[in-house]
Unconditional design. Structure first.
Length: 301
């Protein structure tokens, strides 16, 4: 197969592993800088160009679109979809997963467990807003945050009000969520590939840190998840429409709750903690699933 990997930094662990896995299975894979691709969107036959040359037809495209370039990156993915190319992560699914509010609403509609979450523009009813999520302590999140950036734990009603008012003063949108104290600063990262959980790890925040992100100094270890946690992760990935995803869970007193569904999960932490060859399983999924013209959204939506 001829594959295209869309990314900004080919030297990242995840991208190197995907290239290694593809080549080990006999595939040709071109690594393309997403921002250097340009498009003819008015042609009767949609085209993509790179470094002065028209890109060939690919059997499958692997988008690794960073949060900071979501708009342009998904436009490139849509253009590939319009040519009939099969994409591992469809443009609509990437956009859906990047919108924290939209993704939570979709998960909630399907009855998937979530932390109690509130969203408001007018902050004049802060007391009621905090009451809705069970009162302080609460977690306050920027809608555009990633890797734990823009996430604040407010331990008292006064501090919660101060943080919320500061964010609103900066004209940014936020979510207010219940704090799952029983999780003990740990979460579970599952990797779902083709409707199956292929690897899971426990991420534990550092001393005094409620966020468990590895980028923030957290530690990771292999974990055995429950059937309910497995089913929740698989359902969440399906709701988002993602062939491959990282689904983050918390263990709460009322069962597993989904924190986030990531359309471009990193592989370094999960492969290191579990010893599983996740990259190879992703390439195997592409081999079994990729068919020209079978992208569900076909560049629309």
């Amino acid at each position: 197969m001829r594959l295209a990997l869309l990314c900004r930094n080919p030297d990242l662990y995840s991208h190197r592993r995907l290239v290694e896995a593809a080549e080990a299975r006999g595939h040709q894979i071109d690594v393309l800088d997403t921002l250097r691709i340009y498009m003819n969107i008015t042609s009767h036959r949609p085209e993509l160009h790179y470094r002065g040359e028209k890109l060939p037809k690919y059997d499958a495209v692997i988008p690794r679109i960073g949060t900071s370039i979501t708009a342009y990156g998904t436009a490139v993915v849509r253009q590939f979809e319009m040519t009939g190319a099969w994409t591992l992560a469809e443009s609509v699914a990437i956009t859906r997963s990047r919108d924290k509010l939209r993704s939570l609403q979709l998960l909630s509609r399907e009855g998937i467990g979530l932390p109690v979450t509130a969203f408001a523009h007018d902050t004049r009813q802060l007391d009621h807003l905090l009451e809705m999520v069970g009162g302080a302590p609460v977690v306050i999140k920027l809608l555009e945050g990633t890797q734990g950036v823009g996430v604040v734990l407010a331990e008292t009603p006064r501090s919660a009000k101060s943080v919320i008012e500061a964010f609103r003063g900066a004209k940014v949108n936020i979510l207010v969520q219940e704090f799952i104290k029983e999780a003990g600063g740990a979460d579970i990262r599952t990797i779902v590939v083709g409707g199956k959980v292929v690897a899971a790890m426990k991420r534990q925040g550092g001393e005094g840190e409620f966020r468990s992100n590895l980028h923030r100094g957290g530690g990771a270890s292999k974990i055995k998840i429950t059937p309910e946690e497995r089913a929740t992760a698989v359902r969440a990935a399906k709701v988002m429409g993602l062939h491959v995803s990282g689904v983050d869970l918390l263990r709460s007193n009322h069962g597993p709750v989904v924190m986030e569904v990531n359309s471009s999960p990193g592989l370094e932490g999960i492969e290191g903690a579990t010893g599983f060859d996740v990259a190879a399983q992703i390439i195997e999924l592409i081999e079994k699933t990729a068919k020209p013209g079978k992208t569900r959204t076909k560049g629309t939506g």
